[in-house]
Design a binder for this molecule. Structure first.
Ligand code: COA
Length: 697
């Protein structure tokens, strides 16, 4: 129903429409109603006008389109914010004697939810999502969120919600008291009706006392948040800000909050996280797909029920797809189904899903020992043993069984998709879908575009990535694609440093101190040294004889030190321990190796280790960008952050480098060239840097 009423003129992206004695303020700033200057300016003007208008008894704030307000306009954050800012609009709501209703549809996030918290009532549709995700952008809420939320729901839940940045759906939001009611049907009409309820009055959250709560619960929430912070300043600051709500008068709490927000907004950490926010969206804009329409994907087949296959199956079950899991023998199939069951049992135990939801998801999976069971699948992903001959044999058999139009994907982490596609009669249907382990947890999906991959097949892969909630990055064919290729260069350089004087525990400690989730040698022990050993043996014949090659890993493997599973690798693992201890035998082996190679060992500082390792990543990234394996520099950073434990607050190796003095990077690359020997190839860093100049200048 089109509401009766008149449309008023206000500046900016807010329309003031009158519905009898109700002023309806429609925020209209497509695509997501971000709270840009236009919105803030329009909102303030419309609020002032409505408040001053004697014909108006109440005000409704609503978003045009599918969203309320998706938060501040992040594109404005690289420069000083122009007045009016969001707190001024919220102050105007509080200063106005007339009740203001927030009518929420879709996302009310960050400044959008803070705006709603400034209103007297919040009503929402069932599809509404509210939250304060600022910490994910390296800042804290800056328009009263840390002061109003604890007054509404208590300090402990507020700490949890703000420091996790969690998005809360309408039903839970109602339960928590974040919204006052859920409405069905026309939201705007319901909001206008709501203004006529007799009990409606001003209810300024800032005037409410913080609900009584157990100080232990608040302390516990703060400890849990600090544990999750992993070096992110914003999380710690958010805890303090929420605690201020109980310590300071409301107005002073607001002033303190705004000061922290402004300070953090200008930090390198916040700039890095903003960069990643847009990188994630840019990554889905792939050249050549302008007219490609994704093929529909409902039924999915997964061949190989190992750790990877079962994790991949769970990703699709989570998103509501029907999945058929296929294995060669009953034992492996049963083990795979058991693994899927274990994933969901754990999700229920930890409260992430309900028992009914587990039953629903498990009802979507079927299993078979026969590849023919996949004849009606829209997409089939192979996750069998990482060996070209094995995968080729499977593709040869599978391709003729699949229906026309079905997409055939490989989960290979480094093999040549073109060679694989070449054994089928339908190479245009073949694409790489490289998941990371554990597939149901890790957010990265490296999509590999083969030479013959059809545009609509690539578009299908991107659509599938979105449907299962992954961060998708497209790579072209090349050994190790983007991530494993860079990781391998990094790992080689770390091994060189061992030959020159460092020890595994020193390199790992330096990279942990930089912020990586794990050091390279701890990772190597976890994933097994035998795999790179075999790869290096395979590559030995074609390796440039001039290339410097690290050999300590070979020596360890010759001693059977294959890593954690063998109880020994770069570290030792006494009595099956999962925590490695520095091993004097490894130190002795490294010392002897350096001596045999005639290398005089020297000490490495943590900073030198970090720079050497990071420039190795940087150089390999520049090389693969030059070869068009990755489409853009920010794609590389997305891969390293989301698949390889690179700290998001540093933005990725390329963003990190772009923030360092160019002459320091040039010197580090010179140093890398000398250390790497005569076969070293230098990437075009200047070209990378050109891509990384600020997008908002
Ligand atoms: N500021 C500026 N632009 C924003 C934005 C924001 N807060 N939120 C989204 N956008 C832009 C995106 O960059 C994208 O632009 P593009 O089409 O040029 O790539 C467009 O809006 C659509 O966003 P997208 O995320 O692709 O749409 P979606 O429908 O999948 O999701 C949201 C919508 C609102 C859930 C999601 O955009 C979101 O989570 N936004 C950020 C919320 C946030 O963190 N707010 C706190 C800010 S302090």
């Amino acid at each position: 129903m089109v509401p009766s009423g008149t449309k008023g003129q206000t500046p900016g992206a807010v329309r003031l429409e009158k519905d009898g004695s109700v002023a309806v303020l429609v925020i209209d700033n497509p695509p997501v109603n971000a709270g840009s200057w236009d919105v803030r300016n329009g909102l303030l003007a419309a609020l002032r006008a409505s408040c001053a208008d004697p014909e108006i008894a109440a005000i409704v704030i609503i978003g045009a389109g599918k969203t309320f307000v998706a938060g501040a306009d992040i594109r404005e954050f690289d420069k000083p914010l122009r007045d009016p800012q969001m707190p001024a609009a919220i102050e105007a709501i509080e200063a106005c004697a007339k009740p203001v209703v927030a009518a929420i549809r879709g996302a009310a996030l960050g400044g959008g939810f803070e705006l709603a918290l400034g209103c007297d009532v919040r009503i929402a549709t069932l599809d509404a999502v509210v939250g304060l995700p600022e910490v994910t952008l390296g800042i804290i809420p800056g328009a009263g969120g840390t002061q109003r939320l604890p007054r509404l729901i208590g300090s402990a839940p507020a700490i949890e919600m703000i420091t996790s940045g969690r998005r809360v759906g309408a039903s839970e939001a109602l339960r928590l008291g974040l919204i006052d009611s859920i409405v069905e049907g026309d939201l705007r009409a319901a909001a206008v009706r709501h203004t006529r309820t007799p009990e409606l009055r001003k209810r300024r959250i800032g005037e409410l006392p913080i609900p009584a709560e157990d100080p232990q619960a608040v302390a516990k929430a703060a400890v849990a948040a600090h544990a999750r912070a992993r070096g992110r300043a914003a999380v710690k600051e958010a805890v303090e800000a929420v605690r201020n709500a109980a310590r300071l008068p409301f107005k002073q709490g607001l002033v303190e909050e705004r000061a922290v927000f402004q300070r953090l907004r200008e930090s390198e950490e916040a700039a890095a996280l903003r960069y990643l926010f847009f990188a994630q969206r840019d990554a889905t804009r792939v050249s050549g797909l302008e007219n490609a329409k994704p093929r529909p994907v409902r039924r999915v087949g997964v061949v190989g029920a190992g750790l990877m296959g079962s994790g991949i199956a769970a990703c699709f079950l989570d998103a509501g797809h029907a999945v058929t899991l296929v294995e060669r023998d009953q034992g492996s199939l049963d083990a795979g189904m058991e693994r899927i069951l274990a994933i969901y049992r754990r999700a229920v135990e930890t409260g992430r899903i309900s028992g009914e939801e587990m039953t629903r998801r498990l009802s979507l999976v079927a299993s078979s020992l026969d590849l023919a069971a996949l004849s009606d699948a829209d997409l089939v992903i192979e996750a069998v043993f990482e060996d070209m001959a094995v995968k080729q044999a499977l593709f040869r058999e599978l391709a003729p069984l699949l229906k026309p139009g079905a997409v055939l994907a490989s989960n290979t982490s480094y093999l040549d998709i073109d060679v694989l596609a070449g054994v089928t009669n339908r190479p245009a249907d073949v694409v790489g879908l490289h998941f990371f382990s554990p597939a149901q947890v890790m957010r990265l999906l490296e999509i590999v575009r083969g030479a013959a991959t059809a545009p609509d097949v690539l578009a299908t892969a991107l659509a599938v990535g979105k449907a299962i909630g992954k961060i998708s990055v497209v790579a072209r064919v090349g050994e190790g694609f983007i991530g494993n290729r860079i990781y391998s260069a990094y790992r080689f350089q770390c091994e060189f440093m061992l030959e020159e004087g460092a020890y595994p525990e020193e390199v790992d400690a330096a990279m942990l101190a930089f912020g990586l989730a794990m050091g390279p040698f701890a990772v190597s022990d976890m994933s097994g040294l035998d795999i790179p050993w075999r790869t290096r043996q395979r590559q030995a014949a074609t390796r440039d004889p001039k290339a410097r090659h690290p050999e300590i890993l070979d020596r360890l493997c010759e001693l059977g030190r294959f890593g954690q599973k063998a109880g020994a690798g770069w570290y030792r693992y006494p009595q099956g321990s999962r925590r490695g201890e520095p091993d004097p035998d490894v130190r002795a082996l490294i010392d002897a190796h350096s001596a045999a190679k005639g290398i005089k060992r020297r000490r490495f500082s943590a900073e030198e280790i970090q720079w050497r390792a990071l420039t190795a990543m940087l150089n390999e990234a520049a090389l693969l960008l030059g070869e068009h394996i990755a489409e853009r520099a920010s794609d590389v950073d997305l891969v390293m952050v989301n698949g390889y434990g690179f700290p998001s607050q540093k933005g990725g190796p390329l963003f990190w480098a772009s923030r360092r003095p160019p002459e320091a990077i040039a010197a580090a690359l010179d140093n890398l060239a000398v250390a790497s020997g005569p076969a070293f190839r230098r990437g075009d860093y200047a070209a990378v840097l050109r891509q990384l100049t600020p997008r908002f200048s």
